[in-house]
Write a protein that binds this ligand. Structure first.
Ligand SMILES: Nc1ncnc2c1ncn2[C@@H]1O[C@H](COP(=O)(O)OP(=O)(O)OP(=O)(O)O)[C@@H](O)[C@H]1O
Ligand SMILES: [Mg+2]
Length: 270
C-alpha cells in the first residue's frame, strides 16, 4: 500500500455546490478468489466528461460493470444519483437505470436486430410506448448521432465500425439519459472518425447536459474531450485530475503514458 500512496496525485478538492452523480467508496469487486478492484474511490460530477484510463486488464470495464450493477460488489458502496442500488427497492433501481445509458466495449449491438430495433430495445424494456412513438424516437436518436435515416433498417454486419459506434450511442441515448457510460467508444476508429465521435460527445454534453463516464485508451480523446481523467492501476484510482495534471504523475505506467511522445503529440507539443 505504502508504495502506491506515494504515487498518488492529490484528489480533486470538493467544490461547493458540485453534485456527485456517481460516488464510489472503498469498492472491492472481482471474480472467484481474485479482486480486480480493491479500495477504489471515485466521484463523477454532474455535467463532466470523465475519462477513465489504465493499462489493458486493469479493470476499467469491470469497474464500469460494477457501477451499473452487472458485477457484484465484495465491499464498499456505489451511489448513482444518490441511490445505493444494493439498498434500493426493485422499483427505485429501475428508476435509476432509466436515467443512464451504456455503450459496452463488446457486443455494442445485437447482431440479429436492425439498427432501429436495437435503439428500441431499452424503450421496450422500460416503457409501454406505441409502435408509432417507438419508430419516431428511434429515427430521432439516429439523427441525433449523425446517422442517415436509411441506416435504420440495416443490420450491424452491414455497418462500418464508426456507424456501429454511433448506432450503439443512439441506443444508449434512447431513454434520454442524464448519464452515459462509454467503454472504448473510439477504439477501432481512424483518427478522423475518433475526432468526429469526440465532437459528437462534446455537442451532446453541451446540448443535453449529459454527464459522461468514458473509458478510453485514446490520448487524443483524453486531451480533447475529457474535463478530468481518472487513471486506474493497482486495483484503485492511481491519480485523477485534468490532462495537464496527469503529466506530473510519478507512477511508472502513468509517466510512460502521459509523458511519452504520443501524449506530447496529443497536446500539440513536440
Ligand atoms: N466475467 C469475468 N470473469 C472472470 N474474470 C474476468 C471477467 N471479466 C473480466 N475479468 C478479468 O478482470 C480483469 C480486468 O478486466 P477488464 O475487462 O475490466 O479490463 P480493462 O481494463 O477493461 O481492459 P481493456 O483495456 O483491455 O478493455 C482481467 O484480468 C479480466 O480477465
Ligand atoms: Mg475494457
Amino acid at each position: 500500500m505504502a508504495l502506491t500512496e506515494e504515487y498518488y496525485l492529490p484528489h480533486s478538492e470538493p467544490v461547493p455546490g458540485r453534485e456527485a452523480i456517481i460516488r464510489v467508496r472503498d469498492l472491492a469487486a472481482g471474480f472467484g478468489e481474485r479482486l480486480i478492484v480493491d479500495g477504489l474511490n471515485l466521484d463523477v460530477w454532474r455535467g463532466e466528461i470523465l475519462g477513465v484510463v489504465g493499462a489493458s486488464g486493469t479493470g476499467k470495464s469491470v469497474l464500469t460493470r460494477t457501477i451499473i450493477g452487472l458485477v457484484p460488489k465484495r465491499r464498499g458502496t456505489v451511489e448513482v444519483f444518490g441511490v445505493d442500488l444494493d439498498r434500493a427497492s426493485l422499483k427505485e433501481g429501475l428508476a435509476v437505470e432509466r436515467r443512464w445509458g451504456v455503450l459496452f466495449q463488446q457486443g455494442a449491438l445485437f447482431s440479429s436486430l436492425t439498427v432501429k430495433q436495437n435503439i428500441q430495445v431499452p424503450l421496450r424494456e422500460h416503457t409501454n410506448f406505441s409502435p408509432r412513438l417507438l419508430e419516431e424516437i428511434a429515427m430521432l436518436k439516429l439523427e441525433l448521432v449523425g446517422l442517415k435515416p436509411r441506416a435504420a433498417d440495416l443490420y450491424p454486419s452491414e455497418l462500418s465500425g464508426g456507424m456501429i459506434k454511433r448506432a450503439a450511442l443512439a441506443r444508449a441515448l434512447a431513454l434520454d439519459p442524464e448519464l452515459i457510460f462509454l467503454d472504448e467508444p473510439t477504439s477501432g476508429l481512424d483518427p478522423i472518425g475518433a475526432q468526429d465521435f469526440d465532437d459528437l460527445i462534446l455537442t451532446l454534453r453541451r446540448t443535453l447536459g449529459l454527464t459522461v463516464f468514458m473509458v478510453t485508451h485514446d490520448l487524443d480523446s483524453l486531451s480533447r474531450a475529457c474535463d478530468r481523467i481518472a487513471a486506474l492501476g493497482e486495483k484503485k484510482v492511481l491519480a485523477e485530475g485534468p490532462f495537464s495534471e496527469m503529466r506530473k504523475a510519478t507512477h511508472p505506467w502513468l509517466k510512460d503514458y502521459f509523458q511519452g511522445p504520443r501524449a506530447r503529440a496529443a497536446q500539440g507539443l513536440s
